[in-house]
Design a protein around this ligand. Structure first.
Ligand code: SAM
Length: 261
């Protein structure tokens, strides 16, 4: 393994927020594919950019933290919670808050009110669940998102925590039992990182229900038939030990509730 290139990647301003296991994994995959370290480095940077995207910029993370501080200091107004959540590109698509409340209402009507929720590739989503009184454990490769979730849990005493880990690396998926595991808008992203990864992660999840969602609009808001594409994908990737307990579509998200058999 070429330590110089890997160390530079690990320390680079752009990727030092990413879980080090992810950077090592991507580097190892690219190094195996390219003869020249320079080509491997270029490919690794492209792959890391594709995974981390621009879900949460440093400026947005700072603004999110500020809104959460104000939220805790005041009487926890929904307006400030929404202001914090909209800083993450993925959560933003689920706002306003009454739409998020309705989404979870539909999910928990089928699963029952969960005691313990696992949120895989969570972004800042656990902050919403914690603010609504749920016990939630998040996992994400973004140290900033994980930091915001843990800061929120600590500052308001909510049972909310997150770990910075990679779902495709050993130990990335918590082994303990949960009532509901959320995999919101992440299965296609995992599949892009490694063929069959989505199925393997679903197999490894130890929860009575998995709730998987898929985006149905492009980032620009266009409807280009993504719902049909992901419905076909789900039909062929349904894990053997799960059955569809419910499915529905919101304005921009397709949701599947998969029950353990
Ligand atoms: C489209 S966002 C979805 C965030 C959240 N689930 C939601 O819907 O609000 C994808 C998230 O997956 C995370 N992610 C990507 N690859 C990952 C991996 N291999 N392990 C853990 N998290 C990952 C990203 O950091 C990002 O926060």
């Amino acid at each position: 393994m070429n330590r110089d290139y890997l160390d530079k990647l690990l320390q680079s301003k752009k990727y030092r927020d990413v879980c080090p296991d992810t950077v090592r994994r991507i580097w190892a995959e690219c190094e195996a594919r390219y003869k020249k370290p320079k080509d491997a480095d270029k490919a690794a940077r492209e792959a890391l950019h594709g995974i981390t995207g621009a879900f949460l910029t440093p400026a947005d993370a700072a603004a999110c933290a500020e809104s959460l501080r104000d939220w805790a200091a005041l009487d926890r107004p929904d307006a400030l919670l929404a202001e914090a959540l909209r800083r993450h590109a993925s959560t933003r698509e689920r706002l306003p808050l009454h739409a998020m409340d309705a989404l979870y209402g539909r999910i928990f009507e089928i699963t029952g009110r969960p005691g313990r929720v696992l949120d895989l590739a969570c972004g800042v989503n656990p902050i919403y669940l914690g603010a609504r009184g749920y016990d939630v454990t998040g996992v994400d490769i973004s140290a900033s998102a994980v930091g915001l979730v843990n800061g929120f849990g600590a500052s308001c005493g909510a049972p909310v925590r997150a770990v910075c880990a990679d779902l495709l690396c050993d130990g990335g998926i918590p082994a303990e039992r949960f009532d509901v595991a959320l995999m919101f808008k992440v299965l296609p992203l995992l599949e892009r990182q490694r063929t069959s990864a989505a199925a393997r992660v679903m197999d490894a999840v130890n929860a009575a229900f998995i709730v998987a969602s898929f985006p149905t609009r492009t980032l620009g808001g266009r409807n280009v038939g993504m719902a049909g594409h992901y419905a076909d994908w789900m039909a062929t990737h349904l894990p053997d030990n799960r059955a569809v307990a419910g499915q529905f579509e919101t304005d921009n998200e397709l949701c599947y509730i998969l029950k353990e058999l």
